[in-house]
Every structure is written in C-alpha cells, then in structure tokens.
Design a protein around this ligand. Structure first.
Ligand code: ATP
Length: 242
C-alpha cells in the first residue's frame, strides 16, 4: 500500500521554485531515499511531508489523510528526525524520551521509552545529561525518539550526518530493521551514495527541486550502465540536462 503519496509539490521562496513539481509514492515496509546535492530540495520536501512547511502547490497524503488540510491528523502517523535537531542540554537522554513519549502516547509511554532506549544503543549513557553527548550520540538519541512510538511513517533527514563509521552502520541497521519489523515506510535524505545503495529499497534522484529519476538502486545502476549509484546519479543529471 502507498502510505505516502506526494503529488506535484511546488515551493517558492523569494520568487524561486526551490521545489518544482515533485511527485513520488512510498509503500509500507519500504525504505525510500531522496538523494541529491546541497540545495536540491530534500529538506524542504521532507518538511512539507512532516507538515511543518506549506507548499504553494501540490498534495500530500499520509495513510490516506490529506496532510495539508488535516496536519494534526496526519502527524499521528509520522515520526520526524529534523536535519538540525538539538537536544535540551540539561535533560538526560532518558528524560528526553519520557518527555516526548508522554506527549505522543500518554497511555503507552513506558513501552515507548523502553523501545527508544533499546533503539538508541546508548546504554547507561542515557542517564547522562544530553549536553554532554557527542554529536553522534545526540543523533542516535533523536532518531530513537523519532522511532520509539512506532510511527507508520518515519521521516529521517540525514540520519547519519556527522556519525562515524560504526555509528552510521548501526543507525542504518536500526532503520532497516525498523521498516521491516514495524512494516513502516521510512523516508531518508542523504548525500551519501554508498548509504542509499545499501539501505534503500528505492531512491529518487533530486536536483534543482525536480526528481530526475527514481527506482531501486540496482535498476538505476543498470539503466545508466554504472558500477555504483554515484555514477548513475551523475549520468542521470547529465541525461536530464540534455
Ligand atoms: P542540503 O543537502 O544542503 O541540506 P537540501 O537538498 O536539503 O540541501 P533544502 O534545504 O531543501 O535543500 O533547500 C532547497 C533550496 O531552498 C535552497 O536553495 C535553499 O536556500 C532554499 N530554502 C530552503 N529553506 C528556505 C527558507 N526558509 N527561506 C528561503 N529559502 C529557503
């Protein structure tokens, strides 16, 4: 089932169409990657789906709910990890989880917190103040918070940004397992081509606010006779400019 339907999105900032007719669909149980260079429009697209930014044109359905007309309703299905999220420095990781879980699912918050603790991989460090965490630890805490309430749609903007090799690997593993076990749709954005090649069931190449091609990584590599997704991306951009 297509749990996310994005149709004809347009976003204009300062007279410039930074999103210029973006459409795609994501199924439950699928990891979908938006891949493109800086300024391509990935974060803006994800913010629109997360109901934080209103587009000038277009439509977003989240589990059949019109997210633009009924954002509060749509948010019930969404978990969101922003690109530049910060922590409350004086709260522990555990207190962050309690705070969010009590707000989002007051009747089952304990279960959510225990799931979050496990997803974060932070162990005893969860009881330290988050202001003392490394960048990678903060990212893992915030990702666990986005997933702990088992959202049917998880929107993760650059989930491995700033993480070392081991931390990136474990975050990718968490994402993959989460999508399959919870049967949830996960949409990520990334510049990291290796990451999307291994993590995503399907990717969309985005450039200058437009999706220039999309499909499973292996199909895109075959289509552009490329040894890896990075080369396929470059060739797709060249082809779209012709
Ligand atoms: P990056 O990989 O660098 O995070 P991105 O693909 O996520 O980039 P966006 O952050 O969506 O790109 O930005 C797309 C374009 O929209 C950029 O040109 C950016 O300057 C512009 N933009 C984004 N948000 C705003 C805003 N609030 N006001 C004005 N312009 C904006």
């Amino acid at each position: 089932m297509d749990i996310i339907v994005v149709e004809g999105l347009v976003k204009v900032y300062g007279g410039r169409r930074v999103i210029d007719g973006v459409s795609f669909r994501v199924r439950s149980g699928e990891v979908f990657g938006l891949v493109g260079p800086n300024g391509a429009g990935k974060t803006t697209t994800l913010r629109i789906i997360a109901t934080l930014v209103k587009p000038n044109e277009g439509r977003v359905l989240v589990n059949g709910v019109d997210a633009l007309a009924k954002p509060v309703e749509a948010r019930k299905f969404l978990g969101y990890l922003p690109e530049e999220a910060e922590v409350y420095p004086r709260l522990t990781g555990y207190e962050h989880m309690l705070f969010h879980a009590r707000l989002k699912c007051p009747n089952s918050y304990r279960e959510a917190v225990s799931r979050g603790a496990q997803l974060s991989g932070l162990g005893n460090r969860l009881h330290d103040k988050a202001g003392e965490y490394s960048k990678g630890m903060k990212r893992r805490l915030l990702m666990a918070i986005a997933l702990m309430t088992k959202p049917q749609v998880a929107i993760l903007d650059e989930p491995t940004s700033g993480l070392d090799v081991h931390a990136s690997y474990s975050v990718r593993k968490v994402i993959k397992e989460y999508s399959k076990e919870a049967g949830a749709a996960v949409i990520i954005s990334s510049h990291n081509m290796l990451e999307v090649e291994h993590l995503c069931d399907r990717v969309a190449f985005i450039n200058n606010g437009r999706i220039i091609d999309s499909g499973p990584p292996t199909e895109l590599m075959n289509k552009y006779s490329s040894a890896n997704i990075e080369e396929a991306f470059i060739k797709a951009i060249e082809a779209s400019a012709i």
